[in-house]
Design a protein around this ligand. Sequence first.
Ligand SMILES: Cc1cc2nc3c(=O)[nH]c(=O)nc-3n(C[C@H](O)[C@H](O)[C@H](O)COP(=O)(O)OP(=O)(O)OC[C@H]3O[C@@H](n4cnc5c(N)ncnc54)[C@H](O)[C@@H]3O)c2cc1C
Length: 322
Amino acid sequence: MRQEGWRRRREAVLMCVYSNICSLTSIRHVTRELISLQIRQSTITWSSPEHPELALSGEVSSLWWSKHVRDFHSPCPGTARFTALAVNVPRHLSYIHAQILDQPNAKIIQSNLPLSSGLPATLDKAMSLASLTPETCTAVVNATGLSARHLFTIDDPTEAKRLHPIRGQTVLVKGELKEIRTLQSYDATSKTTRIAYAIPRPGSGTTVLGGCNIKEEWSTEADDEMTKEILGKCRDLVPELLIKGNDQFEVIKVQVGLRPGRTGGARVEREVVSVGSEMEKRDMVVVHAYGMAGAGFQNSVGVAGEVLKLVEGDSLQSMSRL
Ligand SMILES: Cc1cc2nc3c(=O)[nH]c(=O)nc-3n(C[C@H](O)[C@H](O)[C@H](O)COP(=O)(O)OP(=O)(O)OC[C@H]3O[C@@H](n4cnc5c(N)ncnc54)[C@H](O)[C@@H]3O)c2cc1C
């Protein structure tokens, strides 16, 4: 009886509105080329010891994240070097999409969910789209990114207000840099920070130049002044990508995106939500995984592992109730 109940639960479909985080747990079973990740050296230089990130730590070797990356060292004051991963995002997402479709019971249903009617109504809608009920659905993973703010506008306005866009603009240029380079600048008079970075897109012959982090800015239109600023900042950072003879980058495209920011950091948490009509209320497990800000890719494997634990934890509790 227990075994049968467990199997039924395991067969229930795990729904995910969308997430770049699911399926990444199988990362170690495939080659890096296939999933479009490549190991590259990364160098970060801070223009001034007053830069808030450095001022907080005192020196490069005391940066809080130095213990969490491979081969971290400081070759000279104000500079850090370590081994990192560069991701070819379009190819990587295609790989994950294919991985999901490869699973025996997996289905991808594309639909615009009515988030502003609140979390319980959205869960009802998502389950009905997948022909599931609270009895047959193990859990719903809420990975709606910045749109999660609409889910909470009615029932939890404080949570809704925590979510905000952090606008980013990048320029894709020809030439694949051999390593990742970042320059963190600080203007002590205006107390403002600026960032310039170059991240190669493995296997594409191109490099992404950035960038900016503009909080609460909703526009997704490319800003020409920002493009000029990015290209100007990156001239000294990656001179080897300038076209010989005319000293310019060969621009392929300009891209704008809104990072899903959340005051207090990402939310990766399990919640039991009451769904259904007033006459027939049922409990439903939701695992939230949103608010990744500018680190959704680098955090994806870790967050996927946490989500899995939160989902499976519930399944085990359910099994013991049978
Ligand atoms: C310029 C820029 C540079 C970045 N650089 C890096 C970097 O170097 N490293 C890094 O790790 N991260 C980086 N990021 C951040 C990274 O892109 C995000 O953290 C990541 O995409 C967040 O993933 P997510 O799945 O949580 O949210 P999202 O990618 O926003 O996905 C949310 C999903 O929910 C779906 N959805 C929303 N509303 C609905 C609805 N009503 N119905 C149905 N579906 C819905 C959306 O269609 C979408 O598919 C960068 C971002 C930008 C903009």
